[in-house]
Write a protein of this length. Structure first.
Length: 273
């Protein structure tokens, strides 16, 4: 069996209305007709998985100019990124002891702007960027066939880059011993998550396939999907099946409370947290 060491690169937080993440939390009633939404913070981070055979990056955070006009105005308002310069991907990567060319592979979970914002760092490096073919189709359609305000989390300048894309059609495959990639299409059609071992335990990171523990445990459908309800209804049982089969610990992409637990996991290092 092959155990990994994991570096979690902390990129600050996104702020948003709680209803976008875990809906139906502030419903009006006959007794309380005027309700107030809750403004919350959710973590944004990327991973470096140090496997004995391969060093794998998972995502690359937000573009450093995101809040200075790079992101569309409506997204800066709906999902503002709160961070310091140290939180930016290039700086966290360096702090972790890496340059982009030190990675053997970038697993691009999906092409939303909070996960693919620094793909430009991998231009002309030759580093393979693994992305699901369904995600490429969805992102390119949004980028070129829809107006900016209808593109959701897809931002054309992020992913229309001269990087070494390696599209896959597979929905489950082993990258290296005990390091697996799965397609979890409950958020966008091509979300890729990873299953790996660290210090003798299995961990499953479904990425945005399942945002938070509340989404997972209560089956709460996120308010915004770029795939269909059908895909959510297949993703959640698949995640539960893998957790049961491997007795895996779940890592959630946008759960602030659970993010705080990562420091306590053996052979995990939170860089900047």
């Amino acid at each position: 069996m092959a155990d990994c060491k994991v570096k979690v690169l902390d990129h600050g937080v996104l702020e948003c209305d709680q209803e976008l993440i875990t809906p139906l939390q502030s419903l009006a009633t006959a007794e309380n007709k005027q309700t107030t939404s809750k403004w919350i913070r959710v973590p944004t981070f990327s991973l470096i998985i140090e496997h004995p055979e391969i060093v794998v990056g998972v995502d690359n955070g937000n573009h450093p100019e995101a809040m200075r006009g790079y992101w569309p105005e409506h997204l800066r308002s709906i999902f503002p990124w709160v961070h310091s310069e140290a939180d930016e991907y290039a700086n966290r990567l360096e702090q972790a002891g890496y340059a982009p060319t030190d990675l053997d592979l970038m697993v691009q979970s999906h092409l939303h702007l909070d996960h693919a914002g620094c793909l430009y760092l991998f231009e002309d490096t030759g580093v393979p960027v693994l992305v699901h073919e369904a995600e490429m189709r969805e992102a390119l359609y949004a980028a070129y066939a829809l107006p900016v305000e209808k593109r959701g989390g897809y931002h054309r300048p992020d992913f229309c880059r001269d990087v070494n894309y390696r599209p896959t059609r597979k929905d489950r495959f082993e990258l290296a011993e005990d390091l697996w990639v799965f397609n979890f299409p409950g958020h966008t059609p091509g979300v890729l998550g990873v299953l790996f071992r660290a210090a003798g335990r299995w961990y499953l990171y479904p990425n945005d396939g399942v945002w938070t523990r509340a989404n997972y445990e209560q089956g709460l459908l996120p308010s915004i999907l770029w795939s269909s309800r059908h895909y959510w209804d297949t993703t959640l049982p698949l995640v539960r099946e893998i957790v049961e089969e491997y007795e895996a610990t779940l890592v959630f992409s946008h759960d602030l409370e659970d993010f705080g637990k990562l420091k306590g996991y053996e052979d995990f290092e939170v860089v900047g947290g």
